[in-house]
Write a protein that binds this ligand. Structure first.
Ligand SMILES: Nc1ncnc2c1ncn2[C@@H]1O[C@H](COP(=O)(O)OP(=O)(O)OP(=O)(O)O)[C@@H](O)[C@H]1O
Ligand SMILES: C[C@@](O)(CCO)CC(=O)[O-]
Ligand SMILES: [Mg+2]
Length: 385
């Protein structure tokens, strides 16, 4: 029996980092996914191993189930009914199991994701043999929520074949979980984001779970319905970074300049709320659409300025901003910054010639450039043979 879950990546339209400190943020899913396939071998095929295959990286890890049991048994991990944080001591034990696998230096950042995999697996399925395969259309560590999509697709696939969730395995199509199941998938994945990010706000896992466009503040989710078409270009600077370090850097800046940072976060909160008002306003004639796009562009620029105040921009991001500005287009970093991806609003009346030109110029700088469909479904699953 086999089940595959897919979970989308995301863009943050406004409010990254500030959302960790209580400000409002707006995010939308994108049509690029991480896929996790979970296969429980028939009982005759009990080889006593848990196998994790990371297809894109060409890496395959395996652990004797007994070794995993030894590492986590003291922490009473088998808790299929509810999300449970991985205790610090257990993270250490699992980290040494991961170290034994000798991950290539270039891929060392995936260790935290694998620790979550081992924790989640034993919590939901105890000590059974299985094979789990992961593949992704999202660049890792680039601001498009690869960590959240990984945690959500993993939680979705493992929970879909657990006692906590009962979906009809006969349907051979992408299926949605019901609301309470989505909540469970989301809560488990948040535990993974805690291991990977250190101090996540929960926005990335939440938008990957529920999809579409959301407003998020202090753990509270509001689903948004945009009344205007939003076309975004995403530029990947290909400069690697990790969210945990960037989030920690902002916290350090708060310690040094608490009052100034409070004002920065409050400005971001106002920007996100204004952005929500604009995208939900129902005036739809062409003039007001252009006006709304101009306001959005200004808010995007203001948010980027505040992200610079937080210290999370990067020379490569500045290059993208300057390049798009030559074409009168507004951009901001998306996700944790420090490199990674930049978002550019493409107004409805912008000619395709301009889009082609700006993309060509960005590509000539060595960046990857694409437009993504935004606001599609969240996590879904599909049962195989
Ligand atoms: N397909 C995958 N396979 C294994 N681990 C993954 C995968 N995708 C993400 N991860 C885990 O997530 C980490 C990257 O997460 P990180 O939060 O730094 O970046 P991001 O989620 O892409 O960007 P942002 O948080 O800014 O949206 C990887 O180092 C790894 O631990
Ligand atoms: C930087 C951050 O705000 C968004 C990363 O996509 C971190 C978080 O909210 O967990
Ligand atoms: Mg992340």
């Amino acid at each position: 029996m086999e089940v595959t879950a897919r979970a989308p990546g995301k863009i943050i339209l406004s409010g990254e980092h500030a959302v960790v400190h209580g400000s409002t943020s707006v995010a939308a899913s994108i049509n690029r996914y991480t896929y996790v396939t979970f296969r429980l071998p028939p009982s005759s095929e009990c080889d006593g191993l848990l196998i994790l295959h990371l297809k894109d990286m060409g890496l395959k890890f395996s652990w004797p189930i007994d070794r995993i049991k030894e590492a986590v048994a003291n922490f009473g991990s088998h808790t299929p009914l509810g999300p449970k944080s991985c205790p610090k001591e257990c993270v250490k034990c699992l980290a040494s199991l991961v170290e034994e696998q000798q991950i290539p230096e270039a891929n060392i950042a995936i260790a935290s994701g694998i620790i979550f995999f081992l924790w989640l697996y034993t919590c939901i399925h105890g000590y059974r043999s299985a094979t789990v395969t992961v593949s992704s259309e999202l660049p890792l560590g680039s601001g498009l929520g690869s960590s959240a999509a990984f945690c959500i697709s993993l939680s979705g696939a493992l929970l879909a074949q657990s006692s906590s969730i009962s979906l009809d395995p006969r349907k051979n199509d992408w299926l949605a979980f019901d609301e309470s199941e989505l909540d469970l998938v989301n809560k488990w994945a948040f535990e993974g984001e805690k291991i990977i990010h250190g101090k996540p706000s929960g926005i990335d896992n939440t938008v990957s779970t529920y999809g579409h466009m959301i407003k998020f503040r202090s753990g509270d989710l509001t689903r948004l319905k945009s009344s205007m078409p939003l076309k975004m270009m995403i530029t990947n600077t290909r400069v690697g970074r990790n969210t945990k370090a960037l989030v920690a850097g902002v916290s350090e800046r708060i310690m040094r300049h608490p009052d100034a940072m409070t004002s920065v976060f409050s400005a971001v909160d106002s920007i996100s709320n204004e952005l929500v008002m604009i995208i939900q306003s129902t005036a739809t004639d062409e003039i007001s659409l252009t006006e709304k796009e101009e306001k959005l562009e200004e808010l995007i620029e203001m948010n980027q300025g505040l992200l610079q105040c937080m210290g999370v921009s990067h020379a490569s991001i500045e290059t993208v901003l300057q390049t798009t500005l030559k074409y009168k287009l507004s951009s901001k970093l998306t996700g944790a910054g420090g490199g990674g991806c930049v978002l550019t609003l493409l107004p409805t009346l912008l000619s395709s010639t301009v889009i082609d030109k700006v993309m060509a110029e960005l590509k000539s700088c060595g960046f990857e450039c694409f437009t993504a469909g935004i606001g599609g479904n969240g996590v879904e699953i599909c049962f195989g043979s």
